[in-house]
Design a protein. Structure first.
Length: 111
């Protein structure tokens, strides 16, 4: 399995980009995000290098309980993905956020 992994870290706007030739080990991905993995619901596409690509986004399942820092860049990308796919994002009509991402987020681009 070949692919590209993007890691968005809190307080960073640009991802760390890693190309891989073999499926990453679960323990390595968990170490990257800071805990047990959870797929980010609805985060299934990303605009990468000007092309909308399918993806899978993973976060730490207990990140909010662990008080991991807000990840603004990844939250904005998640909002974009939801708006592309279902037409509704994370920002409510009153301007508040319906949800947000914390900690490091690993995004695997899919073919």
């Amino acid at each position: 399995m070949r692919g590209t992994r993007l890691v968005y870290r809190p307080r960073k706007s640009e991802p760390e980009i890693t190309e891989f030739a073999a499926e990453p080990m679960l323990a390595h991905v968990e170490a990257t995000v800071g805990g047990r993995l959870e797929q980010v619901a609805g985060f299934s596409s990303i605009d990468y290098d000007g092309v909308v690509r399918r993806c899978v986004a993973l976060c730490a399942k207990d990140g909010k309980q662990l008080d991991l820092p807000l990840n603004v860049a990844a939250t904005i990308l998640w909002d974009d993905a939801l708006r592309r796919d279902i037409g509704v994002g994370l920002i409510r009509p009153d301007g508040t956020r319906a949800d947000y991402l914390v900690g490091s987020i690993a995004i695997f681009l899919t073919e």
